[in-house]
Design a protein around this ligand. Structure first.
Ligand code: BGC
Length: 769
């Protein structure tokens, strides 16, 4: 598809309206503030194809599972992110003609998502016929500063005629999810009320009984004078506040709407109505401009911490900012009950909020940019779900406190219902343990590990110990019937990645238990978990004898047993027209082929890089990457990082563009369903961990920057153990601004360097390290 969004360092710009891009643009122009978010749906009516989406973090519906053939162990429901109250809606009539951008002629259309300010704006001229041109300008935001507030402005100007305008401002809770399994309505018990000043709609979710209230205040002004509403019509699900007025040519009218959205996720039910009203009144008292100002200030603070500057490559610059912007809109880390959904607030697909994506991809981003408290909330989320993970494993027949974390979840319960993934894609447990290790190693703070992490590790280790079986034939422990990260293979035996990470989990758990056995909290841990050191005897037996498939001749790890029986063909030999495979080939053909959806063996080499020499990484990369179709958004970033490690900077750069512009250029042809939020954290990783070469080595921060030749400079900031570092890389220099009152020892290209507070400058060729 031809790129239709223009390149700009701080803005996403759509110039000209084409209904064929509408659903895609709705995803791209999504806004949010960590607590709530919405797709870029138009304010005015739009009768063409569109996916309306307004989502609230933590509010979900357990939609009864629908499968062709029920398997014991399947969860009863799939938790769905809920489409909620649509508050930006308006009906606009001019001289009796309804405005509908699908039907009207439009000119000078421009939509701009200003990432610096977190503001979505549109302007266009509607050609009403008979030479009548109507200009419309809109803007909206979800406040980053006042996170229960959303606000919008909608301005109409008849450019060359006198107009009779009718405007109806909507608070509409009559909404459905497109992905409902049984066309069920997820919201019930609607109610509404209004007075001269404020409108309110509320609804309760069926089954989960989350209650949500939206209070709205709409005002209209023309020439500095308020226009009062003529009529308010209300049903239990929707309030319609109507205004009629005449405008002379060139005269504008501006509608301002401010809403508060509060829910029983945060407040006692009996206080919801009064709280929502109070929150709104305070916001209205501040006024739209002050609210916007506070919101922009909050974004300025975020950018101060998160911005990455790339010089000499405008499309990469725009892309990385877009990725960082979307991640911040999705998760702010204030609440350990929330998590990062693969689609965030940009669509319904993927339902439940949490996948292994969080631990494997998102944690490093939040840890380095936002800090340990936020990252700890991500870990606590899983800690709080440990009892459910144990129940989940029990449902599958595991015992004695073995924990299997869900593939997909909202509240700790498994939601996924394809046996080859729900029961078999168990490597997710490994990523959850790895995140505890990553956090501890990065922060140097072992308190989380001791207070919470060990308990999670014990549950996970118990699971692996029961899941491994002993093969007499091999004289080794094996994992049968698994699905690795490459979901284009199912039900395989001895997926190298799964076996490797399972062994690592056992070994890390044993080491940490032994390290802290004398710790004052250890007895309490034993009491909580029923742990006994006896258990580790068997774990150690497994650790010593895990089967890891390897091909001597090629010197590569085998993705799974039998992988080499496949016909091995590089993706470059496939006709372009057959890609993406998932949209062109039968599932059967995909499963039998050698084509790999996402990093699998290479995911392991990325996680455990220090266990392997460069030649091993190189051999595996050269074997697997050419067969990888990267049809999971999570794929290119890991490959880009490994390519950096192998000094293949051009390859790393190509893969970086693929991950960073995945949604902006709709590379996987599926962004209309929503953006790939979790893979956006992978984009950040490919810059900081890939090109920046950031890792922890010998308990120190290690950097080995390399610069693609397309870039004149790269700078990013990271928080590291109470220090803030700003790293600026140019082709011949790396300077690090240490914002701290103490020096910091780091490794730069593997050599020790002591950074002093202030700017430290080093001369290097970063393009040919
Ligand atoms: C990937 C999984 C991922 C999920 C959600 C799938 O396409 O294969 O690894 O967890 O998407 O992002």
């Amino acid at each position: 598809m031809k790129r239709y969004l223009s390149i700009d360092p701080w803005n996403i710009v759509e110039g000209g309206f084409d209904p064929r891009h509408h659903r895609l643009s709705e995803s791209i122009f999504s806004i949010g503030n960590g607590k709530m978010g919405m797709r870029g749906n138009f304010e005015e009516q739009y009768s063409g194809p569109s996916l309306q989406g307004n989502y609230l973090a933590g509010i979900y519906y357990p939609d009864k599972t629908r499968v062709g053939w029920w398997k014991n162990g399947y969860p009863e429901y799939f938790a769905k992110v809920l489409n909620a109250v649509h508050w930006v809606g308006l009906e606009v009539m001019v001289d009796g003609q309804p405005i509908d951008l699908y039907k009207n002629d439009i000119s000078r259309y421009k939509a701009v998502l200003d990432m610096k300010k977190g503001l979505l704006q549109r302007e266009f001229v509607v050609k009403l016929g008979e030479g009548k041109d109507l200009k419309i300008c809109t803007e909206r935001f979800y406040s980053m500063a006042d996170d229960e507030i959303g606000a919008m402005k909608y301005e109409i100007t008849p450019l060359n005629f006198d107009a009779k305008v009718e405007l109806i401002s909507l608070l509409d809770f009559d909404v459905v999810n497109n992905d409902a399994n049984y066309d069920e309505r997820f919201w019930t018990e609607h109610d509404s009320s209004f007075d001269a000043y404020i409108d309110a709609v509320k609804a309760v979710t069926h089954k989960t009984r989350f209650e949500v209230w939206c209070h709205g205040h709409t005002s209209l002004q023309t020439g500095g004078q308020p226009v009062t509403s003529q009529d308010v019509a209300a049903t239990s699900t929707c309030i319609r506040r109507q205004y009629s007025l005449g405008l002379t040519r060139g005269q504008s009218v501006c509608l301002t709407k401010v809403v508060s959205i509060v829910s029983s996720f945060y407040y006692a039910r009996d206080l919801l109505g009064s709280t929502g009203r109070k929150v709104l009144e305070e916001a209205v008292h501040l006024g739209y401009e002050t609210l916007l100002d506070r919101h922009v200030q909050a974004w300025a603070q975020k950018w101060e911490e998160h911005d990455i500057r790339i010089e000499g490559d405008a499309s990469a610059q725009q892309a990385i900012r877009y990725n960082i912007f979307m991640l911040n809109q999705t998760y702010t880390g204030k609440d350990a009950r929330l998590n990062i959904g693969p689609k965030g607030f940009t669509g319904e697909k993927y339902g439940g909020s949490t996948y292994w994506d969080t631990e494997a991809y998102c944690l490093p981003f939040y840890l380095s940019t936002t800090g340990a408290t936020v990252a700890k909330n991500l870990l606590l989320y899983r800690y709080h779900h440990l009892p459910k993970a144990i129940e989940n494993a029990e449902k599958l027949g595991f015992t004695r406190g073995a924990a299997l974390y869900p593939m997909v979840t909202m509240n700790g319960e498994e939601c996924h219902n394809e046996w080859e993934i729900t029961f078999e894609e168990i490597h997710r447990n490994g990523a959850i343990a790895f995140a505890i290790y990553y956090y501890t190693r990065y922060t140097g703070d072992e308190t989380y590990l001791i207070s919470h992490g060990l308990e999670v590790l014990i549950g996970i280790a118990r699971f692996w110990a029961q899941r491994f079986s002993f093969s007499k034939k091999k004289g080794q422990f094996v994992l049968l019937g698994v699905t690795g990260p490459n979901e284009y293979e199912n039900n395989v035996n001895n997926n190298w990645y799964t076996n490797y990470i399972a062994r690592w989990c056992l070994s890390y758990t044993v080491q940490m238990l032994e390290k802290y056995r004398e710790h004052e909290h250890f007895e309490a841990l034993k009491a909580r978990s029923g742990f006994d050191f006896q258990e580790t005897n068997y774990w150690k037996e497994i650790i010593d004898r895990v089967y890891l498939p390897y091909d001597e001749k090629k010197g590569i790890f085998l993705q799974q047993e039998g992988f080499l029986d496949k016909e091995l063909i590089p993706v470059s030999e496939l006709p372009e027209s057959e890609l993406p495979l998932v949209q062109h080939w039968s599932w059967d053909r995909i499963l039998r082929s050698c084509f790999i959806k996402q990093a699998d063996v290479l995911q392991g080499l990325y996680f455990f890089e220090e266990d392997f020499d460069k030649e091993t990484i190189e051999r595996n990369f050269d074997f697997y990457e050419p067969m990888t179709v990267h049809e999971s958004s999570l794929s290119p970033c890991v490959h880009s990082i490994l390519a950096c490690r192998l000094q293949r900077i051009d390859k790393a750069y190509q893969l970086f563009l693929r991950t960073s512009r995945l949604d902006l250029d709709n590379i996987n042809h599926d962004t209309e369903d929503g953006c790939h939020i979790t893979s956006m954290a992978g984009t950040w990783m490919s810059v900081v961990i890939g090109f920046g070469g950031m890792k922890i080595k010998d308990n120190a921060l290690s950097l080995s920057p390399v610069l693609p030749h397309q870039w004149r400079g790269l700078s990013f900031r990271i928080q590291f153990r109470n220090h803030l570092l700003e790293i600026n890389i140019t082709p011949d220099r790396c300077s690090i601004h240490l914002q701290s009152d103490k020096p910091l020892d780091i490794l730069l290209y593997g050599k020790k360097a002591t950074l002093q507070p202030g700017v430290n400058s080093f001369s290097f060729s970063t393009t040919k390290p």
